[in-house]
Design a protein. Structure first.
Ligand code: PCA
Length: 212
């Protein structure tokens, strides 16, 4: 039986809730076809986030790692395609750090691509009626930082990893102007992502590109 480690970030930026952590908590111990989910909570801090996930990877020895964070304003669950070697924080992290144009890893490659089957994931969720589209930017804050740092750690290991951004919860939208998704749908989407990851050793060739 395979093991999938799914991580969720704590709240940040003065918020009291992060849908990533709430959804991931609902998945703890869930059985998949041919696998099982374990979870880990991650601080939104430049200097502890990556190490927290590496510690969980070393303890759990998973076959796949799915890191999850909130993306306010997005209407769909968005598997990220690429992590870049840049920390450029628009707001301070939960430790008060606000780097400008610093590398995640000094002398690391410019970017890493996801090693999750993001096209198969996108199709699996869309087939179940859950809005999902591939994203080509994970931003330059702690989510991209973790995506890049975990890919760098796993670069010579046989463990797949990718980052998923998810929308806000309805209760986080106090203005009524933002896209949201219910916690149950987000959690089901993440469960389907874990299952699609187990089911698709190789990604499928369908387009999910964008024209600017
Ligand atoms: N989202 C932030 C960091 C933590 C989170 O859930 C981001 O997109 O960088």
């Amino acid at each position: 039986m395979k093991k999938v480690l799914i991580t969720g970030f704590e709240p940040f930026g003065g918020a009291s809730i992060n849908p990533a952590l709430e959804a991931v908590k609902k998945l703890d111990g869930i059985e998949l076809e041919g696998g099982k989910i374990v979870i880990c909570e991650v601080p939104v801090t430049r200097y502890e986030s990556i190490d927290t996930i590496i510690t969980a990877i070393e303890a759990e020895q998973p076959d796949f790692v799915i890191t999850v964070g909130q993306a306010g304003g997005r209407a769909a669950i968005t598997p990220e395609r690429v992590a870049i070697n840049v920390d450029d924080f628009r707001i301070p992290d939960n430790g008060g750090n606000q780097p400008i144009d610093e590398p995640v890893v000094v002398d690391g490659p410019d970017a890493y691509f996801t090693t999750l089957p993001i096209k198969a994931i996108t199709r699996a969720l869309q087939e179940k009626g859950i809005p999902c589209q591939v994203s080509n930017t994970a931003g330059t804050f702690v989510c991209n930082h973790v995506f890049y740092g975990v890919q760098h750690y796993l670069r010579d290991k046989n463990i797949g990893h990718g980052f998923i951004h998810i929308p806000l919860l309805p209760e986080q939208d106090t203005t009524g102007n933002q896209a949201t998704m219910s916690l149950d749908v987000i959690a089901e989407g993440l469960r389907l992502i874990a299952q699609a990851t187990l089911d698709n050793k190789k990604d499928i060739a369908i387009t999910a590109g964008q024209i600017c």
